[in-house]
Design a protein around this ligand. Sequence first.
Ligand code: LCS
Length: 375
Amino acid sequence: MTFPYKDEEFVRMWVADMEFATPDVVIDGIRQRLDRRIFGYTRVFGQDYYNAFSRWCMTRYGWSFPQEELVMSNGIIPALYELVEHITKPDEKLLFLTPSYAYFKYAADFNQRECVCSDLINTDGYYTIDFEDFERKAADAKTTLFILCNPHNPSGRVWREEELKKLGEIIKKHNLWVISDEIHCDLLRCNQVHIPLGKVMPDYNRLITCMAPSKTFNLAGLMISNVIIRNEELREHWLSRHYNFDNPLSIAAAQAAYEKGGPWLEELRAYLDKNFAFTQEYLAEHLPRAKMRISEATYLAWVDLSAYFQPDEHLPTFFAYEAGVLLEGGNMFVQNSDCFIRLNLACPRAIAEEGLKRICKAVNEKVAGKRADAK
Ligand code: LCS
């Protein structure tokens, strides 16, 4: 595609990674490992990594898991692709809540499994689960796997204990496998608390929890993430297909992040809170019919532009051409997402401001153009 902007002129508010440097403690961890100068085949052998990550989970979420349940993956996406293949049979279906991170659907498509979507209910920008609809879909004997995004990308919801318990009851009743993708769980607004699904379903064996330092510490390119598999047979299967070798620098980075990255994360969260408040105020002033509620988690703002666009308009293309802003939106989130854009606010405020300025200008010019056409 060719755009009226040069590559360096775009404001990037799309892919979910950050414009912030990873913390010094992580760089120091990598450097120390680098200085050992031996990079042979490596895996998470000792206790140290488990100790660091499990302490992180205990301190922040009051949740722990046995060491043997932890396996490593090069990412959550590859884990999803593999788990879907192994857990579901070819004629079985996979359930998730929509709007959704599209890779849940891609994991089904890749494995030629059917998807079943349960639309979230949007009340003034606050998304809740339609439990009746969810249970009806969960009750289908062919639905065997549910992928939960906890917290939820793109709505930013942090699921409350009552919601997780209700989901847990339905999951149990229908004996579903469940993958709880908790990759965004560290990125909470300062007044929020994350609850791992594993904490409200402590004895449920068909549960897999995915967490990673990648979003939290801007380490996605190091490709290291945690998959906690309770079911022994599934875990054995995973281990039989993976050597479970990992990049030694990635292990060092992740371990340092979990051991020493807490204070940096608190600063990041405070900064993100302000970016959200700023964005909400900016939109209220310059694009008053846009609806945005501050996300409870993630660094992603989910903005309803239905007052300005038709459902069939491709918003990422519109904003790339008309505003020089790269963002995600509309049917990139499977369904129940027409006329929404998602803005990545993990950037310096000046960049967010420039992006917002361009977004508002482009929409206001579109509206003005329409009015002029009408005359
Ligand atoms: N799961 C969720 C819910 C995500 O949001 C992402 C990244 C991943 C998994 C990817 O995990 P990885 O394979 O990197 O470990 N989300 C992105 C997004 O919404 N836009 O760009 C990336």
